[in-house]
Design a protein. Structure first.
Length: 173
C-alpha cells in the first residue's frame, strides 16, 4: 500500500482534531475529485512499519480525537489488509480514540458481504469505525454547507448503530 499524505492536526475530516491518512489508489475517478493524483495506487510513499509507528505516535497526543482514513480510497481491496492491521493497533493502543473513514463506495451496494469491494478484512475495518462517510463525490450535488461531506448524495453513517441494527443509521453529533 502507498499513501499520499499524513496530516497530524486535521480539523476538516471528522470531529475534533484528527490525524488523517490519505491512502493511494482509487478506481472511482469522481469528476472534480480534489485529489486525482491519489487515483494511482503507487502515488506518494510506500506504507511501512515506520509509517504505522509515526501514525501511532501522532495519535498519542492527548489533543487528538482520533484517526481518519481518506484517499484515494481506503476500501479498495488493495488497501484493506494494511489498514485493518493499523486499525487493530490503534484500537489496542488507544481504545478511546475514534476512527472515521471516507469512501466513494456506497455501504450497502459495495461494502457488505458478497458486494464488489468486500474482502476478508472489510467487516473488521467497519467494526472499528465510529463514522463512515460514503458515496462518490458528485459535482452536480456539491454543497459547501454540508458537515463532513462534499456533495448531497454522500452520507455520514453511525457505524456502531448501523452494525447493531442491520440498517443504515445516520450520524448526528
Amino acid at each position: 500500500m502507498y499513501y499520499g499524505n499524513i496530516k497530524n492536526y486535521d480539523i476538516a475530516d471528522g470531529e475534533g482534531v484528527r490525524v488523517t491518512l490519505f491512502v493511494s489508489g482509487c478506481t472511482n475517478h469522481c469528476k472534480d475529485c480534489f485529489q486525482p493524483q491519489t487515483w494511482d495506487f503507487h502515488y506518494g510513499q510506500e506504507y511501512t512499519k515506520d509509517t504505522e509507528a509515526e501514525i501511532l505516535q501522532l495519535l498519542g497526543n492527548e489533543n487528538i480525537e482520533g484517526l481518519t482514513l481518506l484517499g484515494g480510497e481506503p476500501f479498495e481491496p488493495e488497501n484493506q489488509e494494511e489498514l485493518v492491521k493499523l486499525l487493530r493497533k490503534v484500537r489496542e493502543t488507544y481504545p478511546n480514540k475514534t476512527v472515521w473513514a471516507y469512501t466513494g463506495f456506497v455501504y450497502e451496494k459495495d461494502l457488505l458481504a458478497g458486494q464488489r469491494k468486500h474482502t476478508e478484512y472489510t467487516d473488521e475495518i467497519l467494526s472499528y469505525l465510529k463514522v463512515l462517510v460514503d458515496g462518490p463525490f458528485v459535482t452536480e450535488k456539491k454543497n459547501i454547507c454540508l458537515y463532513f461531506r462534499g456533495s448531497e448524495n454522500q452520507r455520514v453513517i453511525d457505524m456502531a448503530k448501523t452494525l447493531q441494527t442491520g440498517k443504515v443509521v445516520l450520524y448526528h453529533d
